[in-house]
Design a binder for this molecule. Structure first.
Ligand SMILES: *Cc1c(COP(=O)(O)O)cnc(C)c1O
Ligand SMILES: *[C@@H]1O[C@H](CO)[C@@H](O)[C@H](O)[C@H]1NC(C)=O
Length: 459
């Protein structure tokens, strides 16, 4: 078995097997971030569907491994929302300027916290709109195709919304997606992209590429791209380089500023725990403070100091702040603030350190129990689609099963596991370092064993 350090050392110390639950307890006891879980509400098994079928104690916390889809609720979210609802009830319009969270500039107070999480300066970040909206707003300014340079480079299997956004931006500019979408695919028989192949495509075709637009972490495979190298390669060829960090923000260490990334956007309801449809993020590097202007304007792009004088003479804020259109939804600011304050109790570096260990533990256990065994051809096995190099992945592992997954998934749900299924055969499992434990991972792999057995016996 590969990568048994430090699991084997712990197992030796405890005189047990590396697969023993004692190892998980030990790692949890020595986890310096374990208190952060206390800041979140973990659903109880009995409250999850299918409520009538559970085979386990319903009053226990579920094994929540789907923070890549929707992060858990921070406990402070309700308190902050109630504060603003009370303020609205008691003071009405005065809430715009009064209280600890004046609505008229509420998002400004948390942009510094957000910037820290993505490795940016506060003035390079705006919290506004939804992710796809921000992607469009950014592309309207960064994608200015010419006859010679009209392509957008993206993944062959980008998230659908990104694919559609790129397609429609190309049409909007009078170009043909067939000619102008440059899709990069994994090699035959491979599931993830090789960095060398991305860099080579940029090197070969970069002269015709206006924008390189990849994800930071691939939503399906969990692959973490080498954003620094991609940005450098793109810039060498005169392309703008943007990243959709939906699955990267709050998951891996980002250095958007230091890497010189031109623009980025992300949602906040996945690893950033702001609740469904939460306020999204946008980043424009400070080097574009003066040379990139918003294509569309609204009053929230006007300098705050004179915004409410209503002169109709725009004093545009520089950089990404000028891209704001509407006044901000305070009810979306509240849960995001609650979550970012938890991030502010630690650092992405510390979270990442735990994450490498936590996901490495999941990988170890999966490989221990489910690698292909030629002596037992009928035993289900699991292939990990996510790169095995920890530097090329975030916390998520995408597991591909040798059998149809629906039945197994249902058996997992009955046993209190919340995770994500992609038919026909993939489970995406995301142990989130902010609130998941080594015990969660151990319980999951144990539960997977009984779920597989139950689904087999019913066939
Ligand atoms: C989650 C996700 C989206 C969702 O877009 P919304 O505008 O927030 O609905 C888009 N792109 C990627 C890469 C995602 O991971
Ligand atoms: C963030 O953390 C720092 C200490 O690391 C603290 O001084 C600051 O007040 C925190 N900010 C918020 C908004 O919680």
């Amino acid at each position: 078995m590969k990568r048994c350090v430090p699991l084997c050392a712990v197992a030796a110390l405890l005189r047990c097997s590396p697969t023993s639950a004692e190892v998980a307890s030990y790692l949890d006891k020595h986890d310096q971030l374990r208190h952060l879980r206390e800041d979140f509400l973990v659903p109880k098994i009995a409250d999850l569907p299918p409520s009538d079928l559970t085979l386990v104690d319903g009053s226990a916390e579920c094994i929540y491994l789907v923070g890549n889809s929707l992060g858990l609720q921070p406990k402070k979210a309700r308190k902050y929302l109630e504060e603003e609802l009370d303020k609205w009830a008691k003071t009405g319009v005065h809430g715009h300027t009064e209280g600890s969270r004046p609505w008229a500039w509420a998002e400004n107070n948390i942009e510094e916290l957000m910037a820290k999480v993505v490795g940016a300066k506060a003035e390079e970040v705006a919290l506004m709109n939804g992710l796809t909206v921000n992607l469009h707003l950014l592309m309207l300014s960064f994608y200015k195709p010419t006859a010679a340079r009209h392509k957008i480079l993206l993944e062959h299997k980008a998230f659908p919304s990104d694919h559609y956004a790129v397609e429609s931006q190309i049409r909007l500019r009078g170009f043909d997606p067939q000619q102008s979408m440059l899709l990069v695919s994994p090699r035959q028989g491979e599931h993830t992209l090789r960095t060398e192949d991305i860099l080579e495509t940029i090197e070969k075709e970069g002269d015709a590429v206006a924008v390189v637009m990849l994800s930071g972490v691939q939503y399906y495979t969990g692959q973490l791209f080498d954003m620094a190298a991609i940005a450098e390669a793109g810039h060498r060829k005169g392309c703008y380089v943007g990243f959709d960090c939906a699955h990267a923000a709050g998951n891996v260490e980002l250095k958007l500023h230091d890497w010189g990334v031109d623009f980025a956007c992300w949602c906040s309801y996945k690893y950033l725990n702001s609740g469904a449809g939460g306020l999204a993020g946008a980043f424009i590097h400070e080097k574009h403070r003066d040379d990139i202007r918003p294509a569309l304007l609204g009053w929230w792009g006007h300098d705050l100091k004179t915004r409410f004088q209503m002169t109709n003479v725009l004093e545009l804020q520089p950089g990404v702040s000028g891209f704001r259109l509407s006044n901000q939804p305070i009810l979306l600011v509240c849960p995001l603030q609650a979550s970012l304050e938890v991030f502010n109790k630690t650092s992405m570096r510390a979270l990442r350190r735990k994450s490498l260990l936590l996901t490495g533990y999941l990988e170890y256990l999966i490989q221990h129990y489910y690698t292909e065994d030629p002596t037992q051809p009928l035993k289900p096995h699991v292939r990990i689609l996510t790169p095995s190099d920890p530097q090329q992945r975030g916390c998520q592992l995408s597991l591909s099963f040798s059998i149809p997954i629906r039945k197994v998934f249902q058996e997992l749900e009955k046993r209190g596991v919340a995770c994500d299924m992609r038919e026909p055969s993939v489970l995406r499992i995301a142990p989130v370092p902010l609130y998941n434990t080594f015990g969660d991972v151990h319980r999951f792999v144990e539960t997977l064993g009984s779920a597989l057995a139950a689904s087999q016996s019913q066939q």
